[in-house]
Ligand binder design. Structure first.
Ligand SMILES: Nc1ncnc2c1ncn2[C@@H]1O[C@H](COP(=O)(O)OP(=O)(O)OP(=O)(O)O)[C@@H](O)[C@H]1O
Ligand SMILES: [Mg+2]
Length: 354
């Protein structure tokens, strides 16, 4: 699913994508080969720390460091914006040209998206109606179509555009991290994407997201302000220790503090359960897989806690397993460790391939 807030277009030999997370920035390079694409380099670096609005200079400096680590041949870059700075909503709209749809949302966001998003820039994806033969034109006028609307704060988009240029790059696409897992699944496991009902959960630092897909269609997307940061901060408070100590315990020996972690993970389990119940009721289909990505998904123990909360098997997933790899020997040994963290960067790169 493509959301080109800025779109360079054209078939690319190499795709360079950066996922701007609130804790870590991830970048990947995909190179075109005779058949398909290969992952040739990646990096995971600490995100810049700032107070409220991200200063342009700081982001330029950060992106320059990413360029140094990645040594891309291409100057074109795809940037994925995190869930804290973007929205993704489904709505119903009459069919009209995309630019008109975007204008209409700009002035009536509250009506269509139930939220006052005055300073946002929107892009839309019109879901082709089910059962309609390929190639048959959609009807304009009063018939309403399901539309996924993506929005990014205008000020942030401008900062990103300026910083990307400042780092010597061309902002070819800007997309939403929220779509990363969906696009990554389509890219790395096309059969599962096309035929199964799957819940994709991306656990981050500040936020986590839930996407439910059935037969290749995105049916539900939710994000919540709960991630690794809340777990660590909650643990620090409950145990009366520092944040750094709590982080060490969370990563190193979470089984020792289950009674503190369980109530912190519970709201995520409840939200996930509610989303799955809603989907299953509406679509009369059963979600048969929950695939988890992001930093906290590295913890087998946290996945176990979530699974107990949910009563459904929760597994970390590794989008690099479906890809051809032409990494350096050093990165070859590291890739398994970071694979699930690279999900959104890989999904964003995959989105920019055509
Ligand atoms: N082995 C581990 N066990 C538990 N938590 C972990 C582990 N490794 C990383 N984390 C947690 O993952 C979090 C960072 O995840 P990630 O890098 O995916 O976030 P982000 O993408 O920057 O954030 P966001 O998606 O909210 O913008 C941190 O809170 C960290 O504590
Ligand atoms: Mg993230």
């Amino acid at each position: 699913m493509t959301f080109p807030f800025l779109n360079g277009g054209g078939k690319r030999e190499q795709v360079f994508a950066i996922d701007l997370g609130s804790r870590t920035t991830k970048a990947v390079l995909l190179d075109r080969q005779t058949e398909g694409f290969t992952l040739s380099r990646f990096t995971v670096q600490d995100a810049p720390i700032y107070d409220k609005a991200l200063p342009h200079g700081l982001l330029t400096e950060h992106l320059s460091a990413i360029v140094t680590a990645m040594q891309p041949k291409t100057r074109q870059v795809t940037i994925a914006i995190g869930a804290s700075d973007s929205v993704l909503r489904a709505t119903e709209l009459p069919l009209m040209p995309l630019h008109e749809m975007r204008q209409m949302l700009k002035f009536n966001a509250k009506n269509y998206l139930q939220q006052d998003l005055r300073d946002y820039i929107f892009d839309c994806y019109i879901v082709p109606p089910q059962g309609k033969p390929q190639g048959e034109p959609m009807k304009t006028g009063v018939v309403k179509y399901k539309v996924w609307v993506g929005g990014i704060r205008r000020e942030l988009l401008l900062t990103i555009e300026a910083s990307v240029k400042g780092a010597g790059l061309i902002p070819a696409n800007v997309t939403l991290s929220l779509l990363g897992p969906v696009n990554a699944l389509e890219f790395s496991q096309p059969d599962v994407f096309a035929k199964e009902a799957v819940a994709l959960v991306d656990l981050g630092f500040k936020t986590s997201s839930i996407s439910i897909l059935a037969d290749g269609e995105l049916c539900l997307s939710r994000s919540m302000e709960l991630g690794g940061d809340r777990l660590t901060a909650g643990l620090a408070e409950a145990m009366n220790i520092t944040y750094a100590e709590a982080e060490g315990i969370k990563v190193g020996m979470p089984q020792e503090v289950e009674s503190h972690l369980q109530p912190l993970v519970a709201p995520l389990g409840r939200e996930l359960r509610a989303s799955i119940d809603f989907f299953e009721h509406q679509r009369e289909k059963t979600v048969n897989k929950i695939l988890i990505s992001g930093g906290p998904a590295r913890s087998e123990y946290l996945l176990q806690l979530l699974q107990t909360e949910m009563g459904v098997t929760c597994k970390a997933w590794f989008p690099t397993q479906g890809l051809k790899l032409s990494l350096s020997p050093q990165q070859m040994t590291e890739v398994e460790q970071v694979s699930s963290i690279l999900t959104n960067a890989i999904g964003s790169a995959a989105m920019s391939l055509s």
